[in-house]
Design a protein around this ligand. Structure first.
Ligand code: SF4
Ligand code: SF4
Length: 176
């Protein structure tokens, strides 16, 4: 995803004049901006694949029907968009979607949570609310084993994090 912050700031300010609700429940963010946005499911500005790891229980032999794949068990998103994004949004039942989809615009990278800054919800909610939402997401992620969390962690480079994400300073210790 490109980090054209000023472009997205103006686009989302015009598209969403009223603030909408974002809350954490049942293991994912319920984000009222998504229905009129779908930016993070459609074609991306970059051909660089954005990985969306699955838990072992989510893997099956026909993953390629649902996703473009980075490797045999890792879906990804790029300038083709996500294979499961249809005209009405995601066509997959919630349990089949990558964990990253339920967390976004929060991302788990190397045992810490960051906020993607060009999501309209990220731009419109105060940072203190994202810290509160991030704490709820962190507590949920801590119910997974360290090995599962390592699998769910995205391989975003320090440069990408610094350019496009806000560090929420919410670390997930290996042994809480
Ligand atoms: S960019 Fe943000 S608001 Fe838009 S679809 Fe993704 S998570 Fe939802
Ligand atoms: S699996 Fe669904 S929610 Fe996730 S990127 Fe694809 S279309 Fe979007």
């Amino acid at each position: 995803m490109a980090n054209d912050f000023q472009h997205y700031f103006r686009l989302w300010e015009a598209s969403f004049p009223q603030r909408r609700e974002v809350r954490w429940a049942n293991g994912y963010l319920h984000n009222a901006y998504c229905a009129d946005c779908r930016y993070c499911c459609g074609p991306q500005d970059s051909a660089t694949p954005f990985p969306m790891p699955l838990l072992p229980a989510q893997c099956h032999e026909r993953l390629e029907d649902d996703f473009y794949l980075l490797d045999p068990v890792t879906p990804c998103l790029d300038d083709r968009g996500c294979k499961s994004c249809g005209p009405q949004g995601c066509r997959l039942p919630r349990p089949q979607r990558p964990i990253a989809c339920g967390l976004f615009p929060l991302v788990l990278v190397r045992d810490a949570l960051h906020l993607y800054q060009c999501c309209p919800a990220a731009l419109h909610l105060p940072l203190r609310e994202w810290i509160r939402l991030g704490e709820q997401a962190r507590d949920w992620l801590l119910t997974f084993s360290p090995a599962e969390r390592q699998r769910l962690s995205l391989s975003l480079s320090p440069e990408t994090l610094a350019e496009s994400y806000i560090d929420l300073h919410l670390a997930l210790p290996e042994h809480p």
